[in-house]
Design a protein around this ligand. Structure first.
Ligand code: SF4
Length: 373
């Protein structure tokens, strides 16, 4: 296949669904790790096309959703300073902190800017040497390499009024934490294809073996996801637990060596809190000693922040796949994308936002296979 719309072909989708239906003999619960996959599943109604035996559990792979409240509050503290230009991707501006969001800081006069690349922030720093320019570096293995490269560039060019507020997280330790949870129901994983396009697949065989779960590297288009589910079901039915790559057009086994080298140079692995989930050992990155002077947390005195989560929001349970967004009493009433109580309602990759966008008027019922896309 060559063009994107071919990956939404309804005839091919129907054939994949029929093969899944013919293969499955008992209930299976599998988790799509990435929020982009969750959106694709809900948008295209893929979960409703599947046989009743298969349950899709939505995983924690939405970068905005898992950024801890403490870091959001630190971002607002830094962005409020008169000498700071605070740069971020747009999604983060609406994520609720303890009592406000970055939009409120901006409307109160803070210099908060939406940028499309960390290099835009570095350019701002270069053009405004009298200002401290901070970029909000969040996300998984996908956004970490360009952020690492920007810090590398800042050091190389001697731009010392730039810094990074770092909250990067890694997928494999999250899979481990999910499988170790006493409430875990996950029996197979659709791994995030874009993460593997950076990191490769070498971290996954040990997880598949340790927890006896199939892990299928999966893309984001409807046929990608159905193929990932098909391969996972085949393994589950046969009692196998291997790593398979269903996204070979983007994922070489070794990943992207240049990106991995940049990550290894600029970052070091550290424990990291995930919003709604808690501390996961070795699940994040921070700037390594050589680049520590570019760490906004070190540059600005924001150590003593106390945070207050919404008492209503159940996004932690959503992120762990314990409930569906519909199960939260605030869904669509107290909590909407215009007035989000939790990060999973803010981000375009958040499960609550996906359900609000595509399912809020639907009873969660199955429908016939007619088209996908
Ligand atoms: S619907 Fe809103 S309040 Fe409920 S879990 Fe999702 S983000 Fe939180």
């Amino acid at each position: 296949m060559k063009y994107l719309d071919e990956f939404s072909d309804p005839d091919l989708a129907r054939r994949l669904v029929e093969e899944i239906r013919a293969t499955v003999t008992r209930p299976w619960a599998m988790m799509e790790v990435c929020g982009g996959q969750t959106h694709s599943i809900i948008r295209h109604g893929i979960d409703q096309l599947l046989p009743d035996e298969i349950e899709m559990i939505h995983g924690p792979g939405c970068p905005v959703c898992v950024t801890p409240l403490e870091i959001i509050d630190k971002a607002m503290e830094i962005a409020s300073r008169p000498d700071v230009t605070f740069c971020s991707f747009g999604d983060m501006l609406r994520v609720p902190g303890s009592d406000k969001d970055l939009f409120r800081i901006k409307s109160a006069g803070g210099d908060v800017r939406v940028v499309y690349s960390p290099l835009d922030a570095l350019k701002l720093a270069r053009e405004n040497p009298d200002r401290q320019v901070v970029f909000f570096g969040i996300g998984f293995e996908t956004t970490a390499p360009p952020n690492a490269m920007t810090v590398y560039q800042a050091q190389k060019l001697g731009i010392d009024n730039f810094s990074l507020l770092v909250s990067h997280v890694r997928v494999p330790p999250a899979i481990e934490a999910i499988m170790q949870s006493p409430t875990c129901r996950v029996q197979g994983f659709l791994a995030a294809g874009h993460v593997c396009s950076v990191m490769g697949t070498e971290e996954y065989p040990a997880l598949a073996e340790a927890f006896k779960v199939p892990i299928v590297v999966t893309g984001f288009e409807p046929l990608d996801i159905l193929e990932g589910i098909r391969l996972t079901v085949h393994q589950l039915e046969k009692g196998e637990h291997r790593v398979e790559n269903a996204y070979q057009r983007a994922v070489p086994a070794e990943g992207n060596p240049a990106a991995k080298a940049m990550l290894a140079d600029v970052f070091e692995v550290t424990d990291r809190s995930w919003r709604g989930i808690g501390m996961i050992p070795q699940s994040g990155w921070r700037l390594s000693e050589r680049y520590r002077e570019y760490d906004a947390e070190h540059r600005f005195d924001v150590a003593d922040i106390t945070t207050q989560e919404s008492t209503v929001c159940r996004s932690g349970e959503v992120l762990q796949g314990l409930i569906k967004p519909h199960d939260c009493s605030a869904f669509g009433t107290l909590c909407t994308p215009r007035n989000p109580l939790g990060a999973t309602m803010v981000s375009s990759e958040g499960a609550c936002a996906a359900y609000y966008l595509y399912r809020r008027l639907d009873a969660p019922a199955k429908r016939e296979v007619s088209s996908v896309g």
